[in-house]
Design a protein. Structure first.
Length: 133
């Protein structure tokens, strides 16, 4: 909820810190953005939200590790969220080559994200990560 609040009042620095914590938790626990969280994210954020972008990327990479039945169930629970599917398929097209290479290899690890990939700041110099150095 803190991310949603920060997004509504345009607090880029807070959004960036919260999304970094979310990413770190998912990476540490080997988890993905669940279907209930996806529904919540799409209900509470705008269509250019970096949290949406992260969720789609996270789910896209995580799904490479699952069988058809699991994926069908996951997507079935999101059937009332057409914006997610639009974003998901745009992501697939954008990253088609990268995902095809993952499918050919035995390495299904999710890709590493750039430090500011899902940040909202306008200029890299404005990033709290750069200010900390």
């Amino acid at each position: 909820d803190l991310y949603y609040f920060a997004e509504k009042i345009f607090m880029d620095d807070l959004m960036d810190k919260v999304i970094d914590i979310i990413q770190a938790d998912h990476r540490r626990m080997g988890q993905h953005v669940g279907d209930v969280a996806i529904l919540d994210i799409y209900k509470k954020t705008h269509n250019r939200s970096k949290l949406r972008a992260y969720a789609v990327s996270n789910v896209s990479n995580y799904l490479l590790n699952h069988n058809k039945e699991w994926c069908t169930g996951y997507f079935g629970r999101l059937k009332n969220c057409p914006d997610f599917f639009t974003d998901f398929f745009h992501y697939q097209v954008k990253h088609l080559k990268e995902n095809a290479l993952k499918l050919k290899s035995s390495n299904f690890n999710t890709r590493d994200y750039e430090p500011c990939e899902f940040h909202s700041h306008k200029n890299p110099e404005d990033c709290y990560l750069h200010a900390a150095k």
